[in-house]
Design a protein around this ligand. Structure first.
Ligand SMILES: [Zn+2]
Length: 300
C-alpha cells in the first residue's frame, strides 16, 4: 500500500501535496537544519532529521534506510559547505535526479562566510552559531518548501517571516548575554573549531583543539600549545562538546590546571524534551541559550 502511494506521489511529480491530503515529506541532515525547516514547515510537512543527538556530521555515513528516505523525500535540506563530509557525493548525485535539494549554508553570500587559514580553500560550515547568519538561511527553506509544495507558498512565506522575527529576538538575547562577560574574559576553548562564527558574532576569541572537521585528531603539539595558551591567558574553564568524545579536553583541563566548564552542543542538538535550566536542549533556541549560559557562567 505504501509502495503504491509512493508510486502515485512520484507519478505526480512536482505536486508534493499528494492525493488524499498526505503531507509533504521532507528529509533534513543535522538537528539544527531539521529544526529550522520545521519552524517554516509547521504542520504542512513531515520533517525527518537523519542525525540525532550526539551525532557528528563530519564523520556520519548514510545508512541504507537513510538512502531510501532521501530517495522518497519531496524535498531535502542539508547544511552544506562540506559539513556532512561523507554525504557530499550522495547529495551531488541526488541533486542530479531530484529537483528539490537545498544546502542551507551555501545560500549565504560568500562575503558573510569565514574562510579559516588552516582550512584553506573551504568555507567554515558552522554557520548556525551566529543566529543572525542562520536567519539568512530561512529564505532558502521557504523557497524549497514552496517549490516542493506550491499550494503552500503563502503559508511558508508567512512562517518564514515569523521564524526570522524569533531568530532576531534570539540574536538580541545572545548579544546581551555575551555582554555579561567583560571582553577580556571572552575566550572559548573547545574540542574542535565549531565556534568561529559564534566568536565573530558575540565577541569571543575561539580556539579549538581539533580543526574545523573532526576527521583529523589532535596531536601532542596541539596539546602543548593549548596548555601554554590557557595558562598565559589565565582562563578559568574550557569546554567539552556533545558530539565529540570528551577525553582529550578532560586531559587538557587536567594538564592546564583548569576545570571543564560544561558540555556545549556544537554539531548536534540535545534530545527533544531534555530540559536544563529551563531550556529545551532539543531545540535550536534552547541549544543557543544553553551554550551561552554555560559559557558565561563558567568564565565569569
Ligand atoms: Zn564541526
Amino acid at each position: 500500500m505504501a509502495g503504491a502511494a509512493f508510486f502515485l506521489g512520484a507519478a505526480l511529480g512536482g505536486l508534493a501535496q499528494t492525493v488524499g491530503g498526505e503531507r509533504v515529506r521532507v528529509v533534513a541532515t543535522t538537528s539544527m537544519v531539521a529544526d529550522l525547516v520545521r519552524q517554516v514547515a509547521g504542520d504542512r510537512a513531515v520533517v525527518e532529521g537523519l542525525m540525532g543527538p550526539g551525532v557528528d556530521p563530519h564523520l556520519y555515513k548514510a545508512t541504507a534506510s537513510d538512502i531510501v528516505k532521501l530517495q522518497r523525500a519531496d524535498a531535502i535540506f542539508y547544511n552544506g559547505l562540506m559539513l556532512e563530509g561523507r554525504l557530499g557525493d550522495l547529495f551531488t548525485r541526488l541533486a542530479r535526479t531530484k529537483r528539490h535539494v537545498y544546502a542551507l549554508a551555501e545560500s549565504i553570500p560568500s562575503d558573510a562566510l569565514l574562510e579559516p587559514e588552516d582550512y584553506a580553500g573551504h568555507y567554515d560550515p558552522h554557520v548556525w552559531f551566529d543566529v543572525s547568519l542562520w536567519a539568512r538561511c530561512v529564505d532558502v527553506v521557504v523557497e524549497g518548501l514552496s517549490a516542493a509544495d506550491p499550494g503552500g507558498s503563502a503559508f511558508y512565506a508567512a512562517q518564514g517571516r515569523a521564524t526570522k522575527d524569533r531568530l532576531s529576538a534570539l540574536h538580541a538575547w545572545a548579544l546581551a548575554k555575551a555582554a555579561e562577560l567583560p571582553a577580556e574574559r571572552r575566550v572559548l576553548v573547545t574540542s574542535h573549531d565549531a565556534y568561529n562564527y559564534f566568536g565573530r558574532a558575540y565577541g569571543f576569541e575561539v580556539v579549538g583543539l581539533q580543526g574545523i572537521s573532526t576527521v583529523s585528531e589532535a596531536g601532542l603539539a596541539d596539546m602543548t600549545r593549548l596548555v601554554d595558551f590557557i595558562k598565559a591567558r589565565g582562563l578559568k574553564a574550557i569546554f567539552v562538546e556533545s558530539s565529540v568524545p570528551p577525553d582529550t579536553i578532560r586531559r587538557l583541563a587536567q594538564d592546564a590546571g583548569v576545570r571543564v566548564g560544561g558540555e556545549l552542543f556544537s554539531d548536534a542538538m540535545g534530545t527533544p524534551g531534555q530540559i536544563e535550566n529551563g531550556y529545551d536542549l532539543g531545540t535550536y533556541e534552547g541549544m543557543v541559550k544553553h551554550n551561552l549560559t554555560t559559557i558565561v557562567e563558567a568564565l565569569k
